[in-house]
Design a protein around this ligand. Structure first.
Ligand code: AHM
Ligand code: MG
Length: 338
């Protein structure tokens, strides 16, 4: 019987590091922190359906401990793992208004800043749909011996050193890039390891899925509604009409479109002119991944990773996915802007 070689995420990262003579190993260590937190959050997410049995948020469970909401728990797990590791000096989290400055992060290796959405799509927990963690890693600009500044944290997406996400779906996967392609690892819970399952992920240049909350179309620009009508037209050559697929959990919608080809849009609307999704820890990391996979992400006109952030929790409109689909949406939308 032929046995297949299993490559774990830890092995894969170490091998990648050995190929890079300039690597110091610090990034590898920060990944270890993220992997540990991901496994803990995965364990908690898998117990989500038992919340009613074990206690709900604000109550105590059968062990007499206070039960926290899953997104609060995930935030605490990631902050704890990143703070203990010693290579991260600051964290930007969707759950925290301010920069989290990691105490005692004055080691020479403590140069990384991590921006994260610890549990995206958390409104889907109650209905057992996929949710995810998104992360983006970049280096501070100021010297390590000084306090981390706002300028260190407000860097454009082009400066990302690594980015990734964990999807807690029918299986749990970690997908990441360090700028040398995109690889996906599935958690084998029997051995507690993420194993390489999706090497060198590429997104098809053309897809046949469009993902947008069309219920808001009364608030969309005329140009965007023209693009949506385009998606529904019949044209065999371009695979139209496209299929509409929208779960309302960004990672789940993104992951499907990454593997199958498609476009995800969270646009500007009349009541939310900057859209809903956050630049630093939702749009930038997935823009890095999609670009590394051969796709594209913009805000309708500008590449997401070229946007200079002005605020930690800044929102931006987002068009992301298969390159030709994003180009077409841009072409139609730029003809008739909002
Ligand atoms: P969250 O960070 O509060 O979970 O919100 C982000 C989520 C995304 O996962 C998803 O794409 C979007 O909100 C769905 O929004 P809407 O319900 O407006 O379509
Ligand atoms: Mg979110």
């Amino acid at each position: 019987m032929k046995t297949q070689k299993v490559v774990t995420l830890t092995q894969f990262i170490s091998e990648q590091q050995e190929l890079n003579p300039a690597a110091t190993g610090n990034l590898t260590r920060i990944f270890q922190d993220i992997i540990l937190a991901a496994k803990i959050v995965n364990r908690d997410v898998r117990k989500a359906g038992l919340v009613d049995i074990l206690g709900t948020h604000g109550t105590t469970n059968i062990q007499g401990e206070e039960v926290k909401k899953l997104d609060v728990m995930a935030n605490e797990e990631f902050i704890a793992a990143l703070s203990l590791g010693g290579d991260c000096c600051a964290i930007i989290s969707e759950e925290n208004e301010e920069i989290i400055r990691v105490p005692n992060s004055n080691r020479a290796s403590s140069k990384y800043i991590v921006a994260m959405d610890p549990l995206d799509g958390s409104s889907n927990i109650d209905v057992n749909a996929s949710i995810g963690t998104i992360f983006s890693i970049f280096s501070r600009i100021s010297p390590v011996s000084t306090d981390v500044t706002l300028e260190d944290c407000l860097q454009k997406g082009r400066n990302q050193i690594a980015a990734g996400y964990i999807i807690y779906g029918s299986s749990t996967m970690l997908v990441y890039t360090t700028g040398q392609g995109v690889n996906g690892f599935t958690l084998d819970s029997s051995i507690g390891e993420f194993c390489l399952s999706h090497p060198n992920i590429t997104i098809p240049k053309n897809g046949s899925i469009y993902s947008i909350n069309e219920g808001n179309s009364i608030e969309f620009s005329d140009a965007l509604n023209t693009y949506i009508s385009y998606c529904k037209e019949s044209d065999k050559a371009s695979n139209r009409p496209y299929s509409a697929r929208y779960i309302g959990s960004f990672i789940a919608d993104f992951h499907r479109n990454l593997l199958k080809g498609g476009i995800f849009i969270y646009p500007a609307t009349l009541s939310s002119p900057n859209g809903k999704l956050r630049l630093m820890y939702e749009c930038n990391p997935l823009a890095f991944i999609v670009e590394q996979a051969g796709g594209k992400a913009n805000n309708g006109t500008t590449n997401i990773m070229d946007i200079i952030p002005k605020q930690l929790h800044q929102r931006v409109p987002l068009f992301i996915g298969s390159e030709n689909m994003v180009n077409k949406a841009e072409e139609i939308c730029s003809a008739k802007p909002l």
